[in-house]
Design a protein around this ligand. Structure first.
Ligand SMILES: [Zn+2]
Length: 78
C-alpha cells in the first residue's frame, strides 16, 4: 500500500510543518499517512513535543532577566 511505504516522506513533512505552514496537499498526504501508520503518529507526537520544548527553552533564554525589587539600596551612591 502506497501510504504505508511513504514513512520517509511523512517524516519529512512532519519536520517541515515545524518550520512552515504546509500546503493543503502536504497536509492531506501527512494526515492520510498518519491515519494508517501508528509508528509515524508516535513520531509526529514526539516531533511536536520536542519542538514545543525547544521553543519554550529558546523563549526562556531570550527573555531578559527579571530584577526583583530589592529593599537593600546600599549599592547605589547617595
Ligand atoms: Zn509511516
Amino acid at each position: 500500500m502506497f501510504l504505508r511505504r511513504s514513512c520517509k516522506a511523512a517524516t519529512r513533512l512532519m519536520s517541515l510543518k515545524l518550520e512552515r505552514r504546509l500546503m493543503f496537499s502536504e497536509r492531506l498526504l501527512l494526515r492520510l499517512h498518519l491515519l494508517v501508520c501508528a509508528p509515524c503518529r508516535q513520531c509526529d507526537r514526539q516531533f511536536t513535543l520536542m519542538h514545543q520544548m525547544s521553543q519554550h527553552y529558546v523563549r526562556r533564554k531570550i527573555q531578559p532577566p527579571r530584577f526583583e525589587p530589592d529593599d537593600d539600596d546600599n549599592d547605589l551612591p547617595h
